[in-house]
Write a protein that binds this ligand. Structure first.
Ligand code: APR
Length: 228
């Protein structure tokens, strides 16, 4: 390769499906049986912080299951970063699990927050999670999770990386939730090559230059070979 390409990778719940974590919108998905307004909005949290914490404690406990571990897709992305360098490969994940870091990826933006962290509502201080912390110095502690109606994290960095990228690769996301669902459009405007790797066509499928459908553990390692 003459010049090292710059690659921005957006991941969603589909990349972790084969690691034993449910996606959100599938049958038996994470939202089934839960009222999103209750467990995934700030208003729901103010109404009943304990119920919201117990929902996220339940999700967090899934990460402790030894069977939940990175799959071939996570490892392929880590290898890609190792090969091309962290300056050239950025993972922007909507996932709140820790499977990209477990696979060895370093340059990661968790735009929807992280299950293994909580935040002091008043001071903004973010820290590693203790399941039963609700208050710190009389201030409410909240999961470090971006809820519906809230602005995702590190958006300026994401837009900057998209504007400089050669490739935008979207993996395992249904394209239901903005602003992530709009990245492909932005990438197209910047003249970035756009690629969708998903089990099935997403809502934005028509906006991608290249699309390959199948389980992430198969299609991601196969596609990544183009850069290795
Ligand atoms: N390999 C690849 N893709 C898969 C696999 C798999 N093994 N299994 C499922 N998928 C695809 C589904 O076809 C679907 O298009 O992954 C996508 C998952 O979609 P969602 O459940 O909607 O998850 P996601 O797009 O990550 O949700 C975005 O919504 O609920 C909020 O904040 C939450 O970050 C989440 C955001």
């Amino acid at each position: 390769m003459l010049q090292i390409p710059k690659i921005v990778i957006l991941t969603g719940a589909g990349i972790s499906a084969e690691s034993g974590l449910s996606t959100f919108r599938a049958q038996n998905g994470l939202w089934e049986g839960h009222n999103v307004d209750d467990v995934a909005t700030y208003e729901g949290y103010l109404r009943d912080p304990i119920a919201v914490h117990s929902f996220y404690n339940m999700l967090r406990s899934k990460l402790q299951n030894p069977e939940v571990k990175p799959n071939a897709a996570h490892f392929a992305l880590a290898q890609l970063e190792q090969k091309l360098g962290s300056d050239n490969v950025l993972i922007v994940t909507q996932n709140v699990d820790n499977l990209h870091e477990k696979a060895g990826s370093k340059n990661i933006i968790h735009m929807h927050g992280e299950l293994l962290k909580v935040r002091n509502e008043k001071t903004g201080q973010v820290f590693a999670c203790y399941d039963d912390v609700i208050y710190q110095d009389n201030h409410l502690i909240r999961p470090h999770i971006v809820w519906f109606g809230e602005m995702p994290l590190q958006m300026d960095e994401i837009y900057d990386a998209l504007s400089k990228a050669d490739y935008f690769i979207s993996i395992g996301t249904s394209g239901n939730v903005y602003p992530a669902a709009g990245f492909v459009q932005m990438a197209n405007q910047f003249g970035v090559k756009t690629v969708e790797l998903n089990l099935e066509p997403s809502l934005g499928e028509n906006l991608f230059n290249t699309k390959i459908y199948g389980p992430a553990s198969q299609v991601v390692p196969e596609y990544i070979k183009n850069f290795m």
